[in-house]
Write a protein that binds this ligand. Structure first.
Ligand code: C2E
Ligand code: MG
Ligand code: MG
Length: 663
């Protein structure tokens, strides 16, 4: 602060000067002859006095500008506003830096005991809800690492020491395996600790980047669990460990989603993918830390339960049961409730099995379950299954070889019209395996394996060609209206080019499609996807007929009958068996006959063996019969002999023209 204004000093100097000039006036008068010279001198003094008292001196440039242009409020507030703007801008910049940084930041406020985490921390840890304490770190890292962190933080608070510590994450899905966390104490002017400021980052050295790439190449991109290769690698490690340490026991499990193709077909691939993701999450949530989880097939998950202790079966059974019951819970997708069935096989490694043995055993259990109709359950591997598994493998190999060697032959079982003189209207082509060692093998022994392994596709094509070739021979011999039914499996219907394959075989064998009928089971019809319906319509438009085999065994709604271009129903043998001695079966048979008649569909009763059964069916209005009562399946020569005896060219009673026409 200044004591005197510069103008006051100037005015004071002018007054002094004017007094000095005034003091000189007597001397001037004394030495001059003429007193007139004093007059300008006096004016000069008066002018100086005027300046000293009245004149308003111009001020300095800055003061002048301040006084003239700016009002006082602005002078005071503007710098404050600039300062605030600056602060906001800096804060925004800081936030941006935090966001773009590959590191996460945190602050711990000593007075409130609360932690603030930047968003990046959540991304690094793979967690959404971070909360306002260090609990989130505790839940993510190994217990021993958490202990070290806790001690370092305590030292930071007590002794105001910086710290940096490495910690290993429990959840490898977070994208990294280790993090580094640093903290620095911050004190106020009085030296009191007010907060700790810190960072948290994934370890990203070159070694870690390699590991990250490894992670991507070992995980299943759809579900995030390990992929098949990684599972095999991990399993090999466990096998090796068990070889060196007899007390080390582990188990593997396979989880197979039953009828997964039907989910994809009935809903969409997208829904199928969501189901797989949910199943993977459920498995991860119900398995123990350290267990390996992988997706090793489109709808098959695999697990390694490591280091099973104590009572192996006791501990393992409860883990497995819990996991299975969680996984198969109904799902809510697109607002609909979806039920899934999951079959699970478990194999405990006890006998020094290799990777292949373990997987083969687990697969054998799954097959055994499916073959035995035990879908959706849990089954443990036992020695017996191992033998069975070996047989199954041998069988699969043999079927493959038999297809190449064309060992499959067809038998033909007559279908008879009982209303019109027991005339033959057609045959059902039934496959047999003419095995060089075992002789004739029935389809019950190999069709389920062929279905499961997909071998039914090449085998089915071979069967269809054989049936068409044989039928063409009979047609050319004059049995023009004969119709041969060929069994078609669901797997064959799943093929994209199925319709084209059938068309090609018909063309190549030059068989009229009216002489061919495809038998599909109720189960295939039940997987009623748009694709199946489209295929059936395409087949029907070619002039082929379609039969629903084993009708009545699917416990299904009958709505599909309206949607499908079906011509004939085949009442399953299990109902025919007891029509004469079980009132329930008799009523069921009546009901099936009623359905077929009311929907104008042809009806064939299968497995008719006795006169009583035949009489019952005839009296209830069933016209077509297939069964041992008329004939067992016959080879082609015997079938021709049967044709010769029982065929009538009269089209009025022919299967083609009447009962099997499109409704
Ligand atoms: P399916 O299609 O229901 O065939 C009828 C089965 O009942 C045949 O058994 C036939 O021999 C048998 N059967 C007919 N009448 C009688 C009878 O009066 N008494 C008794 N006890 N059995 C009778 P098969 O030939 O052993 O075939 C069994 C199943 O194997 C067939 O049931 C079918 O599902 C499947 N199959 C047979 N051939 C083929 C084929 O070429 N392709 C496909 N995908 N499956 C086939
Ligand atoms: Mg059949
Ligand atoms: Mg049948």
């Amino acid at each position: 602060m200044r004591l005197f204004d510069e103008h006051v000093i100037l005015r004071f100097a002018l007054l002094i000067t004017s007094f000095l000039f005034a003091a000189l006036i007597p001397d001037i008068l004394e030495h001059s002859d003429n007193g007139v010279v004093v007059v300008p001198y006096i004016f000069c003094i008066l002018f100086l006095d005027y300046l000293a008292v009245f004149y308003r001196f111009p001020s300095s440039v800055a003061q002048k500008k301040m006084r003239s242009d700016v009002n006082v409020n602005e002078v005071v507030l503007e710098p404050i506003r600039n300062y605030e703007r600056d602060l906001i801008e800096k804060d925004r910049l800081f936030q941006m830096m935090i966001d773009v940084s590959s590191e996460g930041f945190w602050t711990f406020d000593v007075s409130s005991d609360k932690v603030f985490w930047s968003n990046k921390v959540g991304k690094i840890l793979g967690i959404e809800m971070l909360g306002d304490s260090f609990d989130v770190v505790k839940s993510c890292v190994l217990e021993s690492d958490w202990e070290s962190f806790r001690k370092s933080l305590q030292a930071c608070l007590n002794e105001k020491r910086n710290f940096t510590i490495r910690m290993r994450l429990l959840n490898k899905k977070a994208g990294c395996e280790e993090i580094v966390i640093s903290g620095r104490p911050q004190c106020n002017e009085a030296g009191l600790l007010i907060r700790v400021i810190g960072s948290l980052s994934a370890i990203q050295d070159s070694h870690n980047l390699v590991r990250e790439n490894d992670f991507l190449s070992t995980c299943d991109s759809l579900t995030g669990v390990s992929n098949r290769q990684e599972f095999l690698n991990e399993l090999a490690k466990d096998v090796e460990k068990a070889a060196g340490r007899p007390d080390y026991i582990f188990a593997i499990a396979l989880l197979d989603i039953d009828s997964f193709a039907a989910i994809n077909d009935s809903y969409s691939i997208d829904v199928g993918d969501q189901v797989l993701r949910i199943v993977a999450d459920r498995i991860s949530a119900s398995s123990r830390a350290g267990d390996c989880i992988a997706r090793i097939g489109p709808d098959v998950f695999a697990l390694i339960f490591r280091d099973i202790q104590g009572d192996v079966n006791g501990e393992l059974i409860s883990i497995v049961r819990n996991l299975h019951s969680k996984v198969k819970m109904p799902l809510k997708l697109e607002g609909k409730e979806l039920y899934i069935s999951v079959s699970m096989s478990v194999v405990v490694n006890k006998d020094g099995d290799c990777v292949e043995d373990l997987l083969a055993n687990a697969n054998a259990v799954l097959r055994d379950m499916k073959k035995g109709g035990n879908h959706g359950g849990v089954q443990f591997f036992t020695g017996g299954i191992r033998e069975k598994a070996m047989n199954l493998y041998r069988l699969e190999f043999d079927i493959r070889r038999a297809i190449q060697a064309r060992e499959f032959i067809l038998m033909y079982q007559p279908i008879v019209d009982i209303v019109d003189g027991d005339r033959i209207v057609g045959f059902e082509a039934l496959v047999r395996w003419n095995n060089s060692e075992r002789g004739i093998i029935s389809p019950g022994e190999f069709i389920p394996i062929a279905e499961e392994t997909g071998l039914i596709v090449p085998m089915g094509a071979q069967i269809l060609r054989m049936a068409c070739e044989q039928t063409k021979i009979w047609v050319d011999m004059g049995y023009e209206n004969i119709q041969v039914s060929v069994n078609f499996s669901a797997k064959q219907f799943a093929l994209d080019n199925m319709v084209e394959d059938v068309r090609r075989i018909l063309q190549e064998t030059r068989l009229n499609p009216k002489n061919l009928k495809l038998e599909i089971t109720e189960y295939t019809a039940l997987c009623e996807s748009e694709k199946t319906i489209e295929m059936m319509r395409a087949l029907a438009s070619m002039g082929l007929q379609i039969s629903i085999d084993d009708f009545g065994t699917g416990y299904s709604s009958l709505s599909y009958l309206k949607r499908f271009p079906v011509n004939t129903l085949k009442m399953d043998k299990s109902f025919v068996d007891h029509v004469t001695d079980d009132e329930e079966d008799a009523s069921f048979a009546r009901m099936v006959i009623g359905i077929a008649n009311s929907m104008n569909l042809g009806l064939i009763a299968e497995g008719v063996e006795t006169r009583d059964q035949l009489d019952f069916l005839r009296s209830e209005g069933c016209r077509f019969i297939q069964g041992f009562y008329f004939s067992k399946p016959l080879n082609s020569e015997a079938a021709l002999a049967y044709l010769r005896r029982h065929y009538s060219a009269d089209t009025s009673s022919s299967q083609v023209s009447m009962a099997f026409q499109m409704p």
